[in-house]
Ligand binder design. Sequence first.
Ligand code: GUN
Ligand code: FE
Length: 421
Amino acid sequence: MKAYRGNIIFTPTCESFEIIPGGYILVDDSGVIAGVYTSDAFAHSDEIEVVDFGNKLLTPAMNDLHVHAPQFANMGIAMDVPLLLWLNKYTFPEEAKFADIDYARTIYTQFVDELVKQGTMRAAVFATVHTPATLLLADLFHQKGIGAHIGLVGMDRNSPDNLCNQVDEAISGTEQLMDYTKDYPLVNAIVTPRFVPSCSPEMLRALAQQANALELPIQSHLCETPNEIKWVKELEPEALSYADVYHRYGLLTKNTLMAHCVYPSDVDIALLQQTGTTIVHCPTSNCNLTSGIAPIRQLLDAGIPVTLGSDVAAGHDLSMFQVMQSAIQVSKLNSALHNRQIASLSLPEVFYMATKLGGSFFGKVGSFEPGYEFDALVIDSDVVWQNSENAHEQLYTRLERFVYHGNVNQIVKRFCKGKEF
Ligand code: GUN
Ligand code: FE
């Protein structure tokens, strides 16, 4: 048993931060939180080692619910064209390189290291169609000791020949991945049809059946750009909407993550609501590819769960703090564009999306409550002046400052299920 002392700040709900200046988090030997305390009144036992982080902030670690590991080498470059051109010009050629296991090892090693550096302890990851490289990615997460849902991508139409797989290859790749990770406590397989334009009806149907039979989560892309949506209408004329294509094949579930949703129709929203599908908002990506502003407040008001993703390499940075900041900023632009009739997102709302809600896809992760796995960051953030004598307000300001203006060197420690980095 260990007790970590620091300025605790987290979001048990999306409404507000819970702030405990100089509080203690008691963590058992399996990395699970036994209790959260405002004083050391519990610490009578000699068996409890107290680790004191002094005046630093102690927050839950970040969860990235949408990221493409094989696009890591393209991070921060090649944003001059919108989605469909970007895929063909930059992204597919880069992903095709992952047929080479040595190249995969180089890039995937850097990717996992950078996730840890940025304070992201769990991620829902797209790999590629290549099974050996995808198994290697699972190994790298396991060896590092952080958590992931890893997707062997299914894609069999409208894509380069060297980046397509057959339906049976996609199915057996995911099966192998599931088998390969069965003794990796923090790493799992996630069924991953790339998006409707690159998946035949047979591919979508087979992957839905597999997810259902093996009780696996699902991830894909939804309503990212107008041209993509138009194309989906042409490809699947029977469907009532983009989400309805996924729904018809059985891919919208309580365990489904759909990235983007920038242009949902009323039918899309009703289907997401009905099926309990989670949307992953990727605001940096939506800016970089000129995709648009996702109507997040409207989705939240409809009761649709919304988490956050970096979507590297359409997103330009793995830092979920940058993604949070971007989510607030684009929501303010959206508010301005609608005469301020739509409320922008608050800091606790986006923090909750990146911690407790995002974490819920990985078990009891993302909050400082008894029974939650201890995924945490120790952040050295100070402000040059203080706007308040009130300790709670001061800590809020220090976190706000870090979200907007922090850098990775201020993250002085990271924990994933109690394991320290
Ligand atoms: N839609 C299909 N594939 C992709 C991808 O790799 N990135 C993004 N942003 N959207 C996609
Ligand atoms: Fe994506």
